[in-house]
Design a protein around this ligand. Sequence first.
Ligand code: SF4
Length: 434
Amino acid sequence: MKEIIEYYSRKDVQKHILSIAKNRELAVKFGEKGFGKRPDILQFENDILELVRSGATSFHFSEELWSDPLLLEAGMNKRQLDNLRGGWDLIIDVDSSNFLYSQYTTYLIIEALKFHNLNNFSLKFSGNKGFHLGISFKSFPKKVNDIDTNLLFPEGPRVIASYLKYIIKDHLAAYLLKGTTIDNLIKSSGINKEELVKNGVFNPFALVDIDTVLISNRHMFRAPYSVNEKSGLVSIPIDPKNILDFSRNDAIIDKVEAKLGYLDNFKEGEATHLITQAFDWNQKLPSQTSEKTEETKSYVHHEIDNVIPEELFPPCMKIGLSGLSDGKKRFLFILLNFLSNTGYGEKEVENLVFEWNKRNPEPLRESYIRGQLSWHTKQKQKLLPPNCDNQQYYVGLQICKPDGFCKLIKNPAHYTLRKYRLSQEQKKIKKKSK
Ligand code: SF4
């Protein structure tokens, strides 16, 4: 306990803990006695030391930002909570009994965030076997699909975490299976085969957990620079660039340097693409399986022998491909998903993308395009491009100029797939009539 009191007496540590306390509910853990009364708040640096002297061992804050956390009560309904909530930060909680698995999964999520043009976010060690990636509420748009973003809790964090899980799944599976077999993983992890292999497919999330279900109202996370009672280590912020070099030894109490902050790195609106795409994906969830079976799978796997020619592309794709002044990164994201659903292989995608980039008045950097292509190529599970009615994309980019055929479809990929099927049918009819 002496060590803990000494540690929390440090002014730099107190300053960092207090720095994210504003508008958050505080939960104080008193060792094995558990948590103190809720709701509570933290107002002054000195309160930290006072609480520690009375037995506090760690500090936890709400992900939600409240106008007045002290008005929270047990059993409040959704409307009451919505009225009090001014916002929420997204904390992605990665955990595994194998620390290296957590580390690599976190690395993949960081890459996925960058793929969505999100570069300003925070990371900290959980204090034991995992990491907490933090995206500030200020990075999100004010509204998503016309709903105030502060009301999107817990759905917003759940949808984004589920989406990120979906898009890193293949990458993570490949990493975990590198140089080993499922039987070896069963032996080393002690997890049974039914959990590790679902419907004949390896499930990496049996080995690494990314919390999606437990995100709920008044959900708390360990404060940065707070001690983890189980390990005795400190939940220290890390520069995301250094995730793969991080060692748990860096978090030993007397080695801690309280330099980096948490949730203080953000760029307003930078997470717009991520949240829009995650909700779009979520909305299409049944179609990712069933509608795709109807529209896409049958064409891609059975009928598309070659790439579908550009003349069968919808107006939005043709306009975008002629070159854009604004929204190039958003269009590239749409384009990659569009092409992977219309029979384009790796090389053809690369050629088409670099040709398109030459037509942009101010081309994107080659390294940026290569990064996007590399991530996209490794992804086996294909995403449909956003649906036509998603205002952030085609309408926002001013490339949606519907023709008569657009009435029949909801997604640009379906436009091309249907046109392709019609052209194939017409060819067959012509052949027969000869
Ligand atoms: S309706 Fe859809 S397919 Fe047609 S131009 Fe607009 S976004 Fe493209």
